[in-house]
Design a protein. Structure first.
Length: 280
């Protein structure tokens, strides 16, 4: 069955096509499960779109335009980290730059409520983040799940409700007990995206590097490895080394270049050349 795409205009009034709009996602809340993957390369983005992944998340770096082009029809959110944009003015400016470059939505990473409310005034779509937030681990005693106690769950619930008031359309919920998220997702109008928080959310989120088995850190419990690219890359590197060694050996043994790799002047022109250089 051929997939249908929505016609959309960008903030620059450029016509494009998308699998989802923000309104679609809001309307789909509680109706079916979607998928989201964080991609960092053109190859990952292209593969995700071809595989039919619903939503993509990426960063605002120099590769973003190429990643956007590689998955031009997939709803794409771009993270705008607070640490790289430490004032409301800088963050808002970066938000406009990212939207102008083709993002469908922003991930307001570590933004405070005031900044998100400010962004909402410009009708720029954005999602936020609750639960375990990597850059705030010192406040919760290190790397761990968040919301296992009633008090923590209440704090989480309040955070979600506060973010509702900012004008966000969605929220990433990280490392929260599944049964806690099940209650919260029914009590919020926000489209919920789970990473390590169970099946109750409206969408499931994983990193491409975890799915592909190419993470360089300890594999997280909440992720699932579908392929082992690290082993594939190790094998590829061995083959690369072997190819270089074979080339080195062929040159030393005068097996490369062979007659198949060179051009030979015809005898008549060769003799003529020899006579010409005798004059020098």
């Amino acid at each position: 069955m051929k997939k249908k795409y929505k016609r959309v205009f960008s903030i620059n009034n450029d016509l494009g096509y998308r699998n989802y709009t923000v309104r679609d996602l809001i309307n789909l809340k509680g109706k079916r499960k979607l998928t989201q993957i964080r991609v960092t390369t053109v190859e990952e983005a292209r593969a995700a779109e071809e595989a039919g992944v619903d939503l993509l998340l990426t960063g605002p770096g120099k590769d973003f335009p190429s990643i956007r082009k590689a998955a031009s029809k997939t709803f794409m959110t771009v993270g705008v980290p607070f640490i790289e944009n430490p004032s409301k003015r800088e963050a808002t400016k970066k938000a406009f730059e990212v939207i102008e470059a083709g993002a469908d939505s922003l991930m307001c990473q570590n933004w405070n409520l005031e900044w998100m409310k400010h962004l909402s005034k410009f009708r720029i779509p954005f999602q936020s983040h609750v639960g375990f937030i990597p850059r705030r681990t010192t406040w919760i005693g290190g790397i761990r799940s968040f919301g296992k106690t009633a008090n923590e769950a209440l704090e989480l619930f309040k955070d979600v409700k506060d973010i509702e008031e900012t004008g966000a359309w969605g929220i990433e919920v990280e490392l929260v007990p599944e049964n806690i998220l099940e209650i919260i997702t029914k009590q919020t109008s926000l489209f919920t995206i789970s990473i390590g928080s169970g099946i109750a959310a409206d969408a499931q989120f994983l990193f491409a590097e975890d799915i592909l088995g190419q993470s360089k850190i300890k594999f997280p419990r909440h992720a699932k490895k579908y392929k082992d690219f690290n082993k594939i890359y190790e094998k590829l590197q061995k083959e690369r080394i072997n190819a270089f060694r074979e080339y080195q050996r062929d040159v030393v043994n005068k097996k490369f270049p062979s007659k198949n790799n060179v051009v030979i002047a015809n005898k008549k022109e060769l003799e003529k050349f020899k006579k010409l250089i005798e004059k020098f």
